[in-house]
Design a protein around this ligand. Structure first.
Ligand code: AMP
Ligand code: MG
Length: 436
């Protein structure tokens, strides 16, 4: 086997260069200088790269095999293919500085051979959407972005409870009075919402609208806790089984019922966008709508797309990264996104339909699922149910989950299938979901 000599790693210098284009990385970085000798050519080559530490950690924990593929690409160019391949293979599972250096050196090198992903962002459905395409498909970006944007706008016009003329608002207005024709997507979403309602024994309930409204801040008013009477009255109007579906129409069987698709609509929208991109012959992309993400194919040079989970205890920081299975989706629910502060206490926007109170006990739930509608509905529903009662549902659906209890220091309770795909970026205990 040919040999390779690693010389040194320099101390952090504060500068920064993204090693692989998909992810934004933190500010901390390290300059690595490396030098190697090829036995074949007897040439000494030195190289110097500045990489973010987050990428370094990613490389060590999750990107080993992807890195190997990159390695081959870049190493071929230097004429050292076997050396890299053998040595990385031999020691990849050990955390060693030399191997760090290998990967630090080689990941940036691979970006020389694979064009960076390109992305287009727009506002829709009250949040931000980003379509990212692998660089090799960059020419399809603007066409696909225009199409998905239009789709999202049309869907929002059907579903939004903030628009009086949307199909959902018009149906809410005649609850308990008469059925109303509803467009196809709205009808389909009602069907799916009922499925997830049953699956979660009512923890996920899209008729939660009247209760959610009690926890919304009202402009110009000091927030106060809803009274028990108000909660009891609102809860009497909550029951997803009272959504009756008939040919092309829907009927909300109780007066005062209000459907709120906030817990599932974005996921459904992501699936629509995903299908549209595939229909447009885009194969390698990621679509993100307010944290509801679905991926397709690979990012560059065979790397799986990876997504970040924000730290629920420090929203400016990333808690972990997850390498996404092909075609899968991910969604996260947490009370930190939207909440109301009453007498110094925070109350979140995800409500437990059993009590009428915001669900408590967890800081966040992340669900990976084969489609984004499922990921979205389950992340909301399982946030309410809590880890223990969620286990049978996770097993039944084949989804993967990360539960973050609402206590510090942070802990991650995960399904066994997600462990190898997870890179935790802060000091946190990771364990298999208790009771699994
Ligand atoms: P997500 O961010 O996907 O977890 O959705 C949260 C939104 O879902 C809230 O802002 C409400 O509009 C709605 N929601 C709140 N509680 C529930 C619940 N128990 N079941 C279904 N939807 C809910
Ligand atoms: Mg949801």
């Amino acid at each position: 086997m040919r040999s390779l000599i690693l010389t040194r790693i320099l101390p952090p210098n504060g500068s920064y260069r993204a090693a692989h284009g998909v992810e934004g990385c933190g500010a901390s970085s390290r300059e690595a200088a490396w030098s190697g000798v090829s036995e074949t050519t007897q040439r000494t080559v030195t190289a110097r790269w500045v990489v973010p530490l987050t990428s370094l950690r990613d490389s060590l924990r999750t990107k080993r095999f992807a890195a190997l593929r990159c390695v081959r690409g870049s190493v071929t160019a230097l004429g050292w293919q076997d050396t890299y391949k053998d040595q990385v293979k031999a020691t990849a599972l050990r955390k060693s500085i030399p191997i760090c250096t290998f990967l630090v050196l080689l990941l940036p090198a691979c970006s020389l051979f694979s064009p960076e992903p390109v992305s287009s962002s727009f506002e829709t459905m009250g949040t931000g959407a980003t379509l990212t395409l692998a660089g090799k498909e960059s020419s399809k970006l603007s066409g696909a972005a225009d199409k998905t944007k239009q789709l999202m706008q049309d869907l929002n016009a059907e579903l939004s409870v903030y628009r009086a003329d949307s199909a959902v608002s018009r149906l809410n207005a005649v609850a308990g009075v008469r059925p109303l024709e509803v467009p196809e997507h709205t009808r389909r979403l009602f069907e799916l919402s009922k499925v997830y309602g049953e699956l979660t024994s009512g923890a996920f309930d899209v008729t939660i609208g009247p209760v959610v409204d009690l926890w919304r801040p009202v402009k110009g008013q000091t927030p106060s806790l809803p009274t028990d009477d108000a909660l009891t009255e609102a809860l009497a109007r909550v029951d997803f089984r009272q959504i009756q579906l008939m040919d092309g129409a829907a009927f909300l069987a109780r007066r005062g019922m209000r459907v709120d698709l906030g817990g599932i609509g974005k996921g459904y929208a992501v699936d629509l966008a995903w299908r549209e991109c595939r229909n447009l012959a885009v194969r390698n992309f990621m679509f993100d709508l307010g944290g509801n993400v679905r991926v397709s194919g690979e990012s560059e040079s065979g790397l799986a797309w990876s997504i970040a989970i924000r730290n629920p205890f420090d929203r400016s920081a990333t808690l972990a990264r997850i390498e996404m299975p092909d075609d899968w989706a991910v969604a996260t629910s947490g009370q930190y996104e939207r909440f109301i502060e009453i007498e110094g206490r925070r109350y979140g926007h995800i409500v437990d339909p059993r009590t009428g109170y915001p669900a408590a006990g967890l800081a966040g739930v992340t669900i990976l699922a084969p489609n984004a509608t499922m990921a979205d509905a389950l992340s909301t529903g399982l946030f309410v149910l809590g880890p223990k009662r969620s286990i049978p549902i996770v097993k039944k659906t084949g989804a993967e989950a990360v539960f973050i209890p609402d206590k510090q220091p942070a802990e991650l309770w995960v399904t066994p299938g997600i462990r190898s795909k997870l890179t935790v970026l802060i000091p946190a205990k990771v364990q298999v979901l208790p009771g699994w």
